[in-house]
Design a protein around this ligand. Structure first.
Ligand SMILES: [Zn+2]
Length: 459
């Protein structure tokens, strides 16, 4: 099937051109003026709209057994929500825990997604222990096309690794050319502070943030950076939330450590007062690292504009109201996470580009291109060029709306961004040349998504 997009105002990193885009056999084959198309081609007139490369969410959880329950989405619901919001590729955290066999976990995660996702996807392979068979198992995972790892410095005895295991993971990653993503919080301090607060009778969601303060994240970030420095591996800090942790990452960067930084959309727009709301309203905004004091948002937006924060993901991880209430007697039992996969692009465009905090170039880079480059997807994904997959977002900058759980496609009964304004949304979204979304509705083919095989590139 062929696709012709006419009058496209094409926005890619470093360029803005007006042209037609023609795609055939899933791939962009021509970009130019007044292109001809065969009679059976689907033709879209993009006049008055922007055309972006399909957006990439580098950090999502879909299948996830966690904190005595499971995240709510399936690959079907999450991928449709992603596409409606302009995200055409997501990278899911494959998260077997310490008691699971890593390779069995990897196969299981793959089987959950296969044939279910409506858009393309890849995995970060979590390393949650380092035992005799880990070396050979991780080599098999990388040979299968999953060329990035994830480690957790938090969640002791479940997902978390100790310093020795972190060292072994980074050493192997360096040899294999694999980038290592890391959740950076000090597990010991989190556990101690939780116990201390609970002993003082402080059990509500407002105590989640004080149990994992900024200094605890800055320590994790700095320690990860020091381990990168001494293994020469390449790292990527996930969901960085505050200025203190950012300074730790930037200090490492300035001494030549290969460290990249992701922040996630909640930390740009929500602050800790949301988690301080009484009862379940506060619980809905519990995630880790926690929502922070508002002044951090300025630091995050500025670093994003400069590119010292490389990417914006979501850490999409929906738990519904009933699940959040598992923590009604103690904040340590509130399932951590909020949804975001559907709203990330529109929120970034509105509160970043439209509010003058971010230029278009950096917006496309942070929401698509940079993740493609770091994670071995470029130039197949993350740009609009001859030879790239025809993942395109025709974006209507005149759309006006409001984020609401009532209209969302994520499988959850609340939205953490409820009531926020949206000034723009995708009008057409394609996956490898096929129109999957039109004006907020999924009209495409379920299960069209494929797992993307990636080559190691960080030697
Ligand atoms: Zn995560």
């Amino acid at each position: 099937m062929a696709l012709l997009i006419r009058n496209a105002d094409i926005v890619t990193v470093g360029a803005r051109v007006r042209a037609d885009i023609f795609a055939e056999n899933e791939t962009i084959t021509r970009i130019g003026d007044n292109l001809e198309a065969p009679a059976n081609a689907e033709i879209i007139d993009a006049a008055g709209k922007l055309v972006f490369p399909g957006f990439i969410d580098p950090h999502v959880h879909i299948y996830l057994p966690f904190m005595a329950t499971f995240a709510k989405d399936t690959h079907e619901t999450a991928s449709i929500a992603a596409l409606i919001g302009g995200t055409t590729t997501y990278i899911e955290m494959c998260c077997p825990n310490r008691n699971d066999d890593a390779l069995e976990g990897y196969q299981f995660w793959k089987s959950k997604a296969e044939g279910k996702s409506a858009c393309d996807y890849a995995f970060h392979m979590s390393v949650t222990k380092f035992v005799k068979e880990t070396d050979s198992q991780l080599r098999q995972v990388v040979a299968d096309g999953t060329a990035s790892f994830k480690i957790f410095l938090a969640y002791k005895n479940f997902f978390g690794v100790d310093d020795g295991e972190m060292y072994q993971t980074l050493e192997l990653a360096k040899r294999l050319g694999v980038i290592v993503t890391a959740h950076c919080e000090n597990a010991e301090l989190v556990a101690r502070l939780q116990q201390k607060l609970l002993a003082e009778g402080k059990t509500g969601p407002e105590w989640h943030e004080p149990s994992r303060p900024e200094s605890v994240e800055a320590e994790g970030t700095g320690r990860f950076a020091t381990f990168l420095e001494n293994t020469a591996a390449t790292g990527y800090v996930v969901h960085l939330s505050c200025e203190k942790a950012l300074q730790a990452a930037l200090a490492a960067k300035s001494r030549g450590v290969k460290i990249h930084v992701e922040s996630v959309i909640p930390h740009f727009l929500l602050d800790k007062s949301y988690a301080e709301r009484p009862g379940v309203e506060g619980m809905k905004h519990v995630m880790s690292p926690p929502l922070r004091a508002k002044h951090n948002q300025t630091a995050l937006w500025n670093a994003l504009a400069l590119g010292t924060i490389d990417t914006v993901g979501t850490d999409h991880c929906p738990f519904d109201t009933e699940q959040k209430l598992l923590g009604k007697d103690s904040f340590v039992n509130i399932p951590n996470g909020i949804p975001g996969i559907e709203d990330r692009v529109n929120l970034m465009y509105t509160h970043g580009v439209k509010r003058g905090r971010l230029d278009l170039d950096r917006f496309v880079d942070a929401a698509s291109t940079r993740a493609a480059k770091l994670f071995g997807l470029f130039p197949r994904k993350g740009t609009i060029a001859v030879g790239s997959d025809a993942d395109l977002v025709v974006y209507d900058t005149n759309y006006r709306g409001v984020v609401s759980a009532k209209s969302q496609h994520v499988n959850n009964d609340y939205n953490g961004f409820e009531g926020m304004e949206i000034e723009g949304r995708p009008s057409v979204v394609t996956v490898r040349g096929k129109v999957q979304v039109r004006d907020g509705k999924f009209i495409g083919e379920r299960g069209r998504g494929r797992m993307l095989k990636r080559e190691p590139a960080h030697f």
